[in-house]
Design a protein around this ligand. Structure first.
Ligand code: SF4
Ligand code: SF4
Length: 374
C-alpha cells in the first residue's frame, strides 16, 4: 500500500492529545462549533465546546429500516457512518419566514423582508456524501441571478471540516456514486483519523489559516499508510452498486412499469426519505395570518414529493397515487437531476434506506423497475 490517497497526500499530523486545540482555535476565530454527539439514540450534529462531547468509541449499525448504536472500547471519534441528519438543515432551514406583510389602520400594506439568521458555524466531521449533498443544494439555491438570500448568508458562514469515512454502514454506497468515502472537495479542512491522532489537509485559504494555528507536524509515511489502508478498506466494504448503463434513459422508458405499483403497496408516503436526504430541496410556501388580519407571514418549509399537496395544480394533485409519487422521487433522484444539474441527485449516503419505516431500498427498487424491461 502506498500513501497516494488524495485524502492524506499532503497531510499534517495532529496528535490525539492536541485535538481539543482545533475546537479551541475554531472558537477563538469566532465560530460556533457543531460536531457529532450521541443524543436520543442517534449520532447528530449539535453545538459543542469540547472534544469529550464527540462519540468516542461509538459504532453505528445501519440496515434497511434500522439504526442502532453500540459502544466499543477504543478511542476513535469518527468510526461510524452517516449521522442521522445531513448538513441540509444548516443551510436550508426546515421552516423560516421569508417576509411579513402588515396592514395599518387605514388599510395600507407594508412588507418587511426577514433578516436570515446566519451565525458563523464550523461543522466538525462533515461526511463526503454530505459535502456532495451540499454541492447539490448550492446548485439549486445559488444558481442564476437570483440566489436565495437566506441560504447564501448561511452558506457563506459555514466552515467545513470533513472527515474521511473509515467505517461505512451496510446502507452506504458513496463509493458507487463517486462521492466518497474520501472527501475530495467542498471543505476547508479534512480529517483522516488514525489511532494516534488526525491527519489534517487544508483545501481553502481559511483552512490553511486554521491549520497554521495548530501544533501540527509533517505526517510520516507510517501514519499516511495507516490512513490509506483504512480508506481502501472502507471502499471495499461497500457492496451496494447503482444499476449500470444510461439510467436516465432506461428509467424514462419504464414510466409504466408494474414495479411502481408494487413498491407503492409498501410505501407509506411518509416523506422520511426526502427529509433525511442531503440533496432533496423541495419546499412549500405557506401563509400564517393573524386573526385580526393585521399581519401575515410568508413561510418556507420543507415539503416532500410524497405528499398529495406537493403536486397540486388547479386544485387537483398531478400525482394522485403513491405509485406516481414514488416514481417521481426515484426518477428525479437517479435520472432527472442529470439533466437539471449534470449529475445524479444521490450521493450514496444510504439514509433513505435506513430511515424508511418499511426498509424500502431505492437501489433495489431501481433494479426491480429495470428488470421489468427484460
Ligand atoms: S419510501 Fe419509505 S421513507 Fe420514503 S415515503 Fe415511502 S415509506 Fe416513507
Ligand atoms: S437518495 Fe438516499 S442514498 Fe441517495 S443521497 Fe438521498 S438519502 Fe442518501
Amino acid at each position: 500500500m502506498t500513501a497516494e490517497c488524495e485524502g492524506v497526500a499532503e497531510a499534517r499530523f495532529l496528535a490525539a492529545a492536541d485535538r481539543q486545540r482545533l475546537i479551541d482555535a475554531l472558537m477563538d476565530a469566532g465560530h460556533e462549533v457543531h460536531g457529532p454527539v450521541v443524543r436520543d439514540g442517534v449520532i447528530r450534529y449539535e453545538p459543542i465546546t469540547t472534544i469529550e462531547e464527540l462519540p468516542r468509541g461509538w459504532r453505528d449499525e445501519q440496515q434497511p429500516g434500522r439504526y442502532r448504536l453500540q459502544r466499543q472500547d477504543d478511542e476513535r471519534l469518527f468510526a461510524w457512518a452517516a449521522p442521522a441528519h445531513s448538513l441540509k438543515p444548516h443551510v436550508f432551514a426546515p421552516r423560516e419566514t421569508l417576509f411579513t406583510a402588515r396592514r395599518d389602520t387605514e388599510g395600507r400594506l407594508t412588507f418587511e423582508t426577514a433578516e436570515p439568521e446566519a451565525p458563523r458555524i464550523a461543522i466538525l466531521g462533515a461526511r463526503a456524501c454530505d459535502l456532495a449533498g451540499l454541492f447539490l443544494q448550492d446548485k439549486h439555491f445559488l444558481h442564476g441571478p437570483h440566489a436565495d438570500a437566506a441560504y447564501r448568508a448561511r452558506r457563506r458562514n459555514l466552515f467545513l471540516i470533513a472527515v474521511h469515512c473509515t467505517h461505512p454502514a451496510a446502507t452506504c454506497f458513496c463509493a458507487a456514486t463517486g462521492d466518497g468515502p474520501v472527501a475530495r472537495y467542498g471543505y476547508d479542512l479534512a480529517i483522516g483519523e488514525i489511532d494516534a491522532g488526525w491527519l489534517l489537509t487544508a483545501r481553502s485559504e481559511a483552512g490553511v489559516a486554521m491549520l497554521a494555528r495548530l501544533p501540527v507536524q509533517e505526517a510520516d509515511e507510517e501514519q499516511r499508510q495507516a490512513a490509506d489502508a483504512a480508506f481502501t478498506a472502507a471502499t471495499r466494504a461497500q457492496t451496494r452498486r447503482l444499476p449500470e448503463g444510461d439510467l436516465p434513459a432506461r428509467l424514462a422508458a419504464l414510466a409504466e412499469s408494474p414495479a411502481w405499483a408494487e413498491v407503492a403497496e409498501r410505501c407509506l408516503a411518509c416523506g422520511n426519505c426526502t427529509a433525511v436526504c442531503p440533496s432533496c430541496f423541495c419546499h412549500a410556501h405557506v401563509e400564517e395570518t393573524d386573526l385580526d388580519g393585521g399581519r401575515s407571514r410568508r413561510l418556507r418549509q420543507w415539503d416532500s414529493c410524497f405528499t398529495a399537496g406537493h403536486s397540486l395544480l388547479h386544485g387537483r394533485p398531478v400525482r394522485a397515487d403513491i405509485a406516481s409519487r414514488y416514481r417521481q422521487w426515484l426518477t428525479h433522484k437517479l435520472a432527472g437531476w442529470h439533466e437539471q444539474y449534470d449529475r445524479s441527485g444521490c450521493s450514496g449516503c444510504g439514509r433513505c434506506i435506513t430511515w424508511c419505516p418499511e426498509g424500502i431500498d431505492l437501489l433495489a427498487e431501481a433494479t426491480a423497475v429495470l428488470e421489468t424491461a427484460e
